[in-house]
Design a binder for this molecule. Structure first.
Ligand code: ANZ
Ligand code: ZN
Length: 862
């Protein structure tokens, strides 16, 4: 029999799938749909193993669902705007557009070579103006509804990327992309009012329980950060204005000894001016902006400035000093805090530093606090003291009662706040979607007219050496006329955060050719996405933005659902051990000898093997998918990716593992093709099994048990590794059976055919090329990619039962029906619980047990 040549057969089947267009899909209201989506890639240049893993998982789901009779949508496209294109442009002197589209061409070929079942007719790149024009229309509609607005605020600024970052894009105070420390800047920019959906985004998480990883739900919940408390008004002495604070602890109101304002608070500015402290305040503000990261982590030294002004306690009328304090954030609550040093650690530290009084108003349930000797704030609940009419209440009850009282007096109210901030979408970048507004001297900010869309990103821009956006200097772009008055106007030169594009691409895949942004009928049929698959790194950013944008689209009348992704799988990373030579640093695997010494320049030093970690070029521990496909073929790479770990866990790359996958497929190829000739005309067994020899009955049983197992693994848990293990076990079982059965048994060919056919069907979603080849070799009709998933026969899968005789002292006392192959332990347990056996053992000691497997158990007792 000819050897398996994966490269040849893989290209052949890819061509056939392509020619027949079997993965092209259309709306078909008569059939149930299934939408599988993997997070689309950024066209960075080449795909990496993380992509291969992500897309292989998605492909198995798509192919499996298709075999189950679903009308499957499985699209692919490109998240194509973004900074790397600009960086590459600077480095290599190519235009970002050329760089991006070249990369797309290359990566598309790589994906095709892996045999993924995409409907390529739906492909688009987000930098196509036919895509982003619709996004511009959404923006204009959001503007009309107040869901997009412009404001001046402190923003996160990445000095190396020369752009603003959203809060979600700042990780531990550094830029999520380049790792540079982020600074704070005051700037004007465009915002999306995601906070208007805070409550909905939070409560919506409930519905996703059990369908999204718990970890992602928790991260989103914390990010939204709901806080329930009250707003309380403090009049300011000598001013008509009042300070409104936000607190989660109204029960501590009687313990307030000062009020803290954010250094950014407008009132702080005014009070400082009045007191001649403007310079001091602005210095404090600058230091606070620089130390933003430490402040948010709570590790910054507490620092403040007495503004020489007093607030009046809303219930007691007491005068309390007003400070500007570096730890009060302008963007949270009201930017003002009633300070209760006895019960808030930050206030406590601040009070100690500035010699401010500490007043205890909550005692622990079993003791009394002494403000003179306290070393830290007491933040836990307790009993209210020194609190006028509220003294004696528990802090929980106190919270409620104090707010009620404040509401009656009109000086406070219940209030809920969220940590979530509005989404800043302006980026001072070139390679992005232009924000479609103009600035007119006469009319102010004017949105572009929908019929003038798209506002195309000009491709004739000369990139700036320093990496700044060329748009503000590109007069041909900037100079325009006002859509309202026709007079001269200037275009907005900021572009959208690229997360705007990825917030709705999944809906556009339903109707990529539509002239309207979304074709309601098609979107209604295909969406929401049934299974979404991607990396955990998007747990907040992309997934929160997409959930928000879906609700915006709903409110704009484009879609009729809230949650874009029904089920989410976050796959683990592909990791590998790095090698390091004390002299030469990181080494490629080829630079390490079998004995584990460094081969570079005949070095010979012992190489250290690091713990497996995320593949990265800098550590020389990357494996190139192309090279693996060239060496083993796509099916082997796919099988290994699926077999080596459950999808949500990290997968450690192993050369032995991929070799093992290769050998298994090779063996399977030989097993089937060796017998394919004789089996071609044979029909798969379809009887009830009663006419079969025990060996063939056992093979059928194993076959149907395997169908059951694989179906369960693919249906719910997406545990491909255990599914593959089950098929491998079946193949082993089959090989053992082949040694046992007589070749003249007329039932043998049909049963063998049934088993081989099943193996091919079960593996088809995972190793589709090989399975097409084997399907054809077995003489089956059509393509296995279009075949139906096998049904398992409960009856055939049931374990065979045998009769075991139970004796007590040699006399038969019972007959038990038990599954074939039960252990002695199981038989003994079953026998001892039989009432008839029990009766004869009563009051006796079992001295000995005689067990004849498959036949008899005898208790010797006396
Ligand atoms: C008085 C008080 C007394 C407070 C007490 C706490 C304990 P979470 O749970 O995170 O919502 N706060 C309010 N606005 C702030 C801002 N802009 N910057 C810094 N801190 C701010 O925290 C709410 C609490 O954080 C509020 O309750 C307020 O301090 C402070 F024994 O008010 B509390
Ligand atoms: Zn950066």
């Amino acid at each position: 029999m000819a050897d398996w040549r994966p490269q040849e057969i893989e290209e052949k089947w890819q061509r056939i799938w392509e020619e027949k267009g079997i993965f092209r899909t259309e709306v078909d209201p008569g059939r149930p749909k299934y939408y599988v989506l993997e997070m689309f890639p950024y066209p960075s240049g080449r795909i990496h193993m993380g992509h291969v893993r992500n897309y292989t998982i998605g492909d198995v789901v798509a192919r499996y669902r298709k075999m189950r009779g679903f009308n499957v949508l499985h699209p692919m496209g490109w998240d194509a705007f973004g900074l790397p294109a600009e960086n590459a442009a600077l480095r290599h002197g190519v235009h970002p557009a050329d760089w991006t589209y070249d990369n797309i061409d290359y990566m598309r070929r790589q994906l095709r070579r892996l045999g993924f079942s995409y409907d390529w007719t739906r492909e688009f790149a987000t930098c196509d103006h036919e895509y982003y024009r619709h996004e511009q229309l959404f923006f204009i509609q959001m503007l009309e509804r107040g869901l997009a607005y412009r404001k001046k605020t402190l923003v996160n600024w990445c000095p190396s990327c020369h752009t603003v970052l959203a809060n979600e894009q700042v990780e531990d105070g550094a830029c999520w992309r380049c790792g540079t420390e982020v600074t704070q800047r005051e700037m004007e920019g465009w915002f999306f009012r995601i906070t208007a959906y805070a409550e909905e985004l939070l409560s919506g998480l409930e519905r996703l329980r059990g369908k999204w990883p718990e970890k992602v739900l928790t991260m989103q919940r914390n990010w939204i950060g709901k806080s329930e408390g009250a707003e309380i008004d403090f009049p300011v002495e000598g001013l008509s204005e009042k300070i409104t604070v936000f607190t989660t602890r109204p029960d501590t109101l009687f313990g307030v000894t000062f009020v803290s304002l954010s250094p950014e608070h407008p009132l702080a500015e005014r009070l400082a001016e009045r007191a001649g402290l403007s310079r001091e305040l602005s210095e404090l503000r600058e230091r606070a902006r620089r130390a933003r990261r430490e402040i948010e982590e709570g590790v910054a030294e507490k620092e403040g400035l007495f503004l020489r002004a007093y607030a009046l306690h809303p219930l007691t009328g007491e005068r309390v000093p007003i400070y500007a304090a570096n730890f009060v954030l302008m963007e949270y609550g009201t930017g003002a805090v009633m300070a209760v040093p006895a019960h808030d650690q930050r206030d406590f530290e601040f009070a100690r530093r500035y010699g401010l009084p500490v007043k205890v108003v909550i005692n622990p349930p079993d003791g009394e606090l002494d403000p003179a000797t306290m070393e830290e704030a007491y933040e836990a609940p307790g009993v209210m003291v020194n609190s006028g009419p509220f003294t004696g209440l528990s802090s929980e009850e106190g919270k409620r009662r104090v707010v009620e009282h404040l509401e009656e007096k009109g000086v406070g109210r219940r209030r809920v706040t969220y940590r979530l901030r509005d989404w800043g979408v302006s980026r001072q970048r070139y390679w992005g979607c232009p924000i479609p507004v103009v600035y007119c001297d006469r009319c102010g900010i004017v949105p572009e007219k929908p019929e003038n869309l798209p506002v195309k990103l000009p491709l004739n821009a000369q990139l700036d050496e320093a990496g700044r956006s060329p748009l503000p200097k590109l007069e041909s772009f900037v100079q325009t006329s006002c859509p309202r008055c026709g007079g001269p106007a200037r275009r907005e030169t900021d572009t959208f955060d690229t997360f705007v594009e990825s917030s709705w691409y999944f809906a556009r895949f339903a109707c990529p050719e539509s002239r309207d942004p979304l074709d309601r009928e098609k979107v209604h049929y295909w969406l929401p996405v049934d299974q979404y698959i991607g990396g955990i790194e998007h747990a907040i950013l992309h997934l929160l933005y997409a959930r928000f944008f879906t609700r915006v689209l709903r409110d704009l009348g484009y879609v009729d659902f809230d949650e874009p992704f029904e089920r989410l799988l976050t796959q683990g990373m592909v990791i590998k051990e790095p090698y390091r030579c004390p002299r030469h640093g990181w080494l490629y695997p080829e630079e390490v000898s079998e004995e584990g010494t460094c081969l570079r320049e005949g070095c010979g030093e012992r190489v250290r093997v690091g713990r497996p970690e995320k593949m990265s070029k800098s550590k020389c521990n990357v494996v190139d998918p192309d090279e693996m496909v060239r060496r083993y073929g796509a099916d082997t790479v796919r099988l290994f990716m699926l077999f080596a770990a459950p999808p949500e866990k990290d997968l450690e790359w192993s050369d032995r593992g991929i070799e093992g996958a290769y050998r298994f497929l090779k063996r399977l190829y030989a097993l089937v093709t060796d017998r394919a000739g004789e089996l071609k005309g044979v029909k798969a067994y379809a009887g009830d099994g009663r006419d079969l020899s025990p060996a063939l009955r056992a093979l059928r049983r194993k076959t149907h048990q395997t169908i059951r197992k694989v179906t369960q693994d693919l249906e719910e848990r997406l545990h491909f590794n255990t599914a593959i293990a089950a098929v491998m076990e079946l193949v082993n079982f089959l090989e053992d059976t082949l040694k046992e059965v007589s070749p003249d048994d007329p039932a043998f060919p049909p049963v063998l055919k049934e088993t081989l056919r099943t193996v091919v069907l079960l593996l088809a979603p995972m190793t589709p090329h090989l399975c097409e080849e084997l399907w054809e070799a077995l003489g089956e009709e059509g393509l296995v990619s279009e075949a139906s998933w096998p049904e398992f026969d409960e009856e055939a899968a049931r374990e065979e039962e045998i009769t075991i005789v139970v004796q007590v002292n040699g006399k038969v006392r019972d007959n038990l029906r038990l599954p074939a192959g039960v252990s002695e332990e199981e038989v003994r347990e079953a026998a001892l619980s039989s009432p008839r056996v029990k009766r004869h053992l009563e009051g006796k000691n079992i001295r000995k047990v005689i067990f004849v497997p498959g036949r008899l158990i005898n208790f010797v007792a006396g």
